[in-house]
Design a protein around this ligand. Structure first.
Ligand SMILES: [Ca+2]
Ligand SMILES: [Ca+2]
Ligand SMILES: [Ca+2]
Length: 297
């Protein structure tokens, strides 16, 4: 009987590491300037819809500069996977709370939920293999969610990046991936491809109709979400997952060579005439479309 119990104990201990492959991004929605630093699951779900699984199985907290919460000597309540994390200034022995960020371990199904296709926009012939999210978004508009949860990287022939023995300059869901030839010793980087895990709603989401409320005759073409909401009440969800922008005749914004003052799912879009390169007098006339969670459709 004793023996059975101890082997059960070992299995329980091992389980969390074996499922730890599904880890959310770091969340830092608050800072300790008010009552304290509140990173609770209720608030995080509101602010980052779809990015936190319904039933997290673990939580990790650290200061924004990377010190584990357990090493700061501060007191937290709550600090668990169900309620999340809070540090209350008044509860600390000395000083106020440091600024913490948290991430969660989710059931594997959550990570498996919604992945983009593979992207391979660069090869290592120049300085290295650059698959940065900022470039990918330009080249493949609307194919990557606003806040990816995870990134997967492999060589073009399918070898996971972790098995190539190479060093990577950038490797994160927020920034994408870069392998720099000069950092690899005698060999150059292999050619990698990347894909992103997005909130489940991103793949099953729906798109709104196209909106075109402004034209560039004044200061520019303003398709800001705050104005669109006023003009078209209830037609745009509270937290769009992505935005698409095209000219009225269907050319993706990324292919027009123009500069945009605003371009985000949260704020919408703006093109300012004065910011365009000389010779190209004013902005083209653009229309925008939003991707919303399935629950909105
Ligand atoms: Ca914080
Ligand atoms: Ca590549
Ligand atoms: Ca317009």
């Amino acid at each position: 009987m004793m023996k059975l119990q101890s082997s059960l104990f070992v299995i329980l201990l091992v389980l969390p590491t074996s499922v730890s492959s599904c880890v959310t991004r770091w969340f830092d929605r608050d800072d300790p300037s008010g009552v304290g630093d509140f990173e609770t699951t209720v608030d995080l779900r509101k602010e980052y819809p779809g990015q936190l699984c319904p039933h997290p199985i673990g939580i990790e907290a650290q200061t924004v500069d990377g010190t584990p919460a357990a090493n700061t000597g501060q007191t937290f309540n709550p600090f668990n996977a169900v309620e999340g994390f809070a540090c209350v200034n008044a509860a600390q022995k000395t000083g106020s709370c440091r600024d913490y960020r948290v991430r969660f371990i989710c059931p594997p199904e959550f990570c498996a939920g919604c992945t983009t296709r593979w992207f391979d926009r660069d090869d290592p012939s120049g300085k290295g293999d650059y698959e940065l999210i900022v470039d990918l978004r330009k080249e493949y508009p609307n194919e990557i969610c606003t806040e990816p949860v995870a990134i997967t990287v492999q060589t073009l022939d399918g070898t996971p990046s972790s098995q190539t023995g190479q060093t990577f300059a950038v490797f994160s869901a927020a920034e994408g991936f870069a392998c720099v030839n000069a950092e690899q010793g005698r060999r150059s980087c292999r050619d990698y491809r990347v894909r992103f895990t997005c909130p489940p709603e991103f793949c099953s989401g729906c798109t709104t109709r196209w909106f075109d409320r402004d034209d560039p005759s004044g200061k520019g073409d303003y398709e800001l979400i705050v104005d669109l909401r006023k003009e078209y009440p209830n037609e745009i969800c509270d937290n769009p997952l992505a935005i698409s922008v095209q000219t009225l005749d269907g050319t993706p914004a990324s292919q027009t060579g123009q500069t945009f003052a605003v371009f985000s799912a949260a704020e919408g879009f703006a093109c300012v005439n004065q910011e365009q390169t000389p010779g190209r007098k004013s902005c083209l006339d653009y229309k925008v479309q939003f991707t919303c969670p399935k629950s909105f459709c």
